[in-house]
Design a protein around this ligand. Structure first.
Ligand code: GDP
Ligand code: MG
Length: 720
């Protein structure tokens, strides 16, 4: 493979709902590009893309597959992404390192929820979009309906470049209204026959041609002028106009293929090579310091690692994009994120598990390498004179969490290591060892996502695991002030223990003034602040601890011990054992013993006084509330809404977005535990959602009572 210049490289993400035909199209492109000698099929489990056992087991893509084809002296770097939203991490990665999204539409179904999700990400990342209608040979496919659907959802920017003469099993020809030619294929697909447009198609073709010319001209003033004067543009001018329109997302061209029969694939590759924006035409990426990094081959080398694959027999395969400079075999580079040195022994151009050695890659290009010592997904390797780091890829929040444990407890460490390894492949798996919940929790994008993790742990790493319901990180707080004393006294033989603490607790709110005095049961307690500690709690909220002890009743040296006792209680709240937050404590009096007082005594006195006061202070349990956004087709709105009402949701608003309704609500985390499964079964998989932590709110009284009971039972169980 020769060395491609930056302006000969096109980076493309292949997106679309699961089952739209991305993996099949990939086979056809690789076949046409001469990378493989025969096309595999998803059914025969022999495609280049779906080569991991887990993908073959489930029959669809789990990981994005990077591949390269050369076509007309251009290098197309294409990433075939998993279609299911459970594996959205792959699509996010791919979109971030490419300059063009090709979104496949299943000609049988038109715009699907997966299409919508993919499109939304292209919108967020401002990437150009080409729609590609596939499966034109299916009898359920009606191109006009699909096109109307696309226009309905994405507007007038949707402009066909091709249309099929007929769809269904006899499909074998399209009219290309950019080139104004008819393309047709024999039963084996492949090389097309290119002919003049038949007379009976001419009117329709001319009409669509004019629409395309106008759409192309709109993106450039000189083209617009020419269009007004001459009512037409040359082919090159149209390509130029379409490319500009792609970059600004003012045109979404529509192409036609039948990936299964390799029809329309060559023409597609030609268009991608000619019209897709070059790497250096797209907005520049920024490094972590916010500086622009241009894909300049003469600048110092910076290579960003966006994906790690774990392959049987080979180990880690690291996929990268050359952000600037050029990468040569034998280069010695520094890992700017980890400080370590790395030598690049071999560079490959890749096509799934097929790899071809190359000597050099220039800025903008994508490749892979193996046997790196210490490079993790997200790291950057740099040459002399360069210290770029990148963190431009932002993954969505998790949507589904489960507690996880190894069935055989002795394999816990092995399990953790395996999950962390898999996280290199899919950064949307997040594992957390929660001290608070006393559970290990895995967070993912959906039930299927987590099931895949389990499959891999059990079948690849040979570790049996078990999922469970994750605990909810409740919090405890108080709603009014209360006072309590506690005397800790022990006289048994030798040195005794003595400490006595009097304190007041009250709810703390950010910005409230320091206390001056309290009135408790008709008695006045003046506050005389001698010391104040404001502790930002690790788990959110604050504890404010005030020393207002008069007349030396307790030595200042015992204050830290009292605070420690209070903190013990904050760590394991009296109601449910959850963290407590937002409390102010004023220690205003107490007693010491000249001999027997020590730190332990005051720690215990502080803890018990605080616990007693806390229980008198209208204690409440708080639960985490999430901001939920649900994208749902209008027909399902009613069902989704009433389901949410059963989840104690507070509906915050509604919006409509490209054929979908967007519903915003606040929902307790506890009620979201199985939401991805319910929403999917409620809508036949046609809705999607995301959820983000918003705040802690009081739980309703009946739930509080139930939680306290459950905690008491748990404590009794522990004592047995
Ligand atoms: N009839 C027909 N079936 C196709 C075509 N392209 C793909 N398929 C089938 O559609 C299913 C999903 O294809 P696949 O490539 O796995 O889709 P992906 O999930 O987008 O990667 C498979 O059964 C393919 O054989 C096509 O052009 N025509
Ligand atoms: Mg696939």
């Amino acid at each position: 493979m020769r060395v491609y210049k930056t302006n000969e490289i096109k980076n493309i993400a292949l997106l679309g709902s699961k089952g739209s035909g991305k993996t099949t199209l990939t086979e056809a492109m690789l076949f046409e590009g001469g990378v493989i000698k025969r096309r595999g099929s998803v059914e025969a489990k022999n495609t280049v893309s779906d080569y991991f056992p887990v993908e073959q087991e489930y029959g669809y893509s789990v990981f994005p597959t990077v591949f390269q084809v050369e076509w007309n002296n251009k290098k197309l770097n294409i990433i075939d992404c998993p279609g299911s939203d459970d594996f959205v991490g792959g699509a996010i990665t791919a979109l971030n390192v490419t300059d063009q999204a090709v979104i496949l539409i299943n000609g049988q179904y038109g715009v699907e929820v997966g299409t919508q999700n993919n499109f939304r990400y292209t919108e967020k990342l401002a990437k150009p979009v080409i729609f590609l209608v596939n499966q034109l040979d299916s009898d359920k496919c009606d191109f006009d309906v699909v096109l109307a659907n696309l226009k309905d959802v994405y507007g007038a920017k949707v402009v066909p470049v091709q249309y099929p003469i007929a769809t269904g099993p006899g499909f074998n020809a399209v009219i290309d209204v950019l080139l104004m030619k008819k393309y047709s294929w024999g039963p084996e697909g492949g090389a097309p026959t290119i002919e003049d447009i038949p007379a009976d198609q001419m009117d329709k073709a001319m009409e669509l041609h004019r629409a395309l010319v106008e759409a192309a001209a709109e993106n450039d003033e000189t083209l617009m002028e020419k269009f007004f004067e001459e009512e037409s543009l040359s082919e090159d001018e149209m390509r130029e106009g379409i490319r500009k329109g792609l970059v600004t997302r003012s045109i979404f061209p529509v192409f036609c293929v039948c990936a299964g029969k390799d029809m329309g694939v060559r023409r597609l590759m030609e268009f991608l090579g000619n019209v897709v924006p070059f790497v250096n035409e797209m907005p520049k990426i920024h490094n972590t310091r916010g500086e622009e990094v241009a894909p300049d081959s003469d600048a110092p080398t910076a290579v960003y690692f966006f994906k790690t694959g774990l392959e049987p027999h080979i180990g880690e395969v690291s996929y990268f994009k050359v952000m600037s400079g050029r990468l040569k075999e034998g280069d010695d580079l520094t890992n700017s994120d980890r400080g370590s040195k790395e030598r690049i022994t071999t560079i490959y151009s890749c096509a799934g598990s097929n790899r071809t050695k190359v000597d050099e890659l220039e800025a903008g290009d994508i490749g892979c390498t193996v046997k790196l010592k210490d490079v993790k997904t997200g790291n950057t390797l740099v040459g002399p004179g360069c210290d770029h780091k990148f963190n431009f890829i932002k993954y969505p929040n998790s949507k589904y969490s489960r507690s996880i444990k190894a069935v055989n407890e002795s394999e816990t460490e092995k399990m953790m290591a395996a999950i962390l390894r898999q996280r290199q492949e899919d950064p949307t798996w997040v594992v957390e060892q929660s001290k608070e919940l006393r559970q290990t929790i895995v967070h993912g994008q959906g039930e299927f996502h987590l099931r895949t993790l389990k499959w891999r742990l059990e079948n690849v790493d040979k570790i049996q695991i078990q999922y469970g319901e994750p605990r909810i990180p409740y919090r405890e707080t108080i709603t009014k002030s209360a006072r309590a004393d506690y005397r800790h006294k022990k006289q048994s033989g030798g040195a005794g223990q003595f400490g006595e603490v009097h304190l007041i607790v009250e709810p703390y709110a950010e910005g409230m003034p320091d206390p001056v005095s309290y009135n408790m049961g008709g008695q006045e307690f003046k506050v005389n602040i001698k010391g104040k500690e404001e502790i930002s709690l690790e788990w959110g909220g604050k504890l404010v601890f005030i020393n207002s002890v008069v007349g030396g009743a307790i030595d200042a040296r015992f204050m830290p011990a009292i605070l420690k006792g209070v903190m013990d209680c904050m760590n394991r709240g009296p109601l449910t054992g959850s963290y407590a937050r937002d409390v102010r404590v004023v220690v205003y009096d107490g007693k010491m013993h000249p001999v027997d007082s020590n730190e332990l005594s005051f720690m215990l006195a502080g803890r018990n006084a605080f616990s007693a006061a806390f229980k008198e202070a209208g204690p409440k349990i708080l639960e985490p509330i999430y901001d939920l956004e649900v994208y749902v087709p209008a027909d399902y709105m009613g069902d989704v809404m009433s389901d949410l009402q059963g989840r104690r949701a507070m509906i915050m608003g509604m919006d409509s977005e490209a054929g979908y309704q967007k519903l915003m609500a606040k929902v307790p985390q506890k009620e979201l535990s199985n939401y991805s499964i319910s929403l999917s079964s409620l809508t036949g998989g046609r809705a999607s959602f995301n959820a983000k932590f918003a705040s802690y709110e009081l739980v309703p009284n009946d739930i509080q009572q139930a939680l306290i009971k459950a905690h008491e039972a748990e404590l009794a169980e522990e004592e047995k």
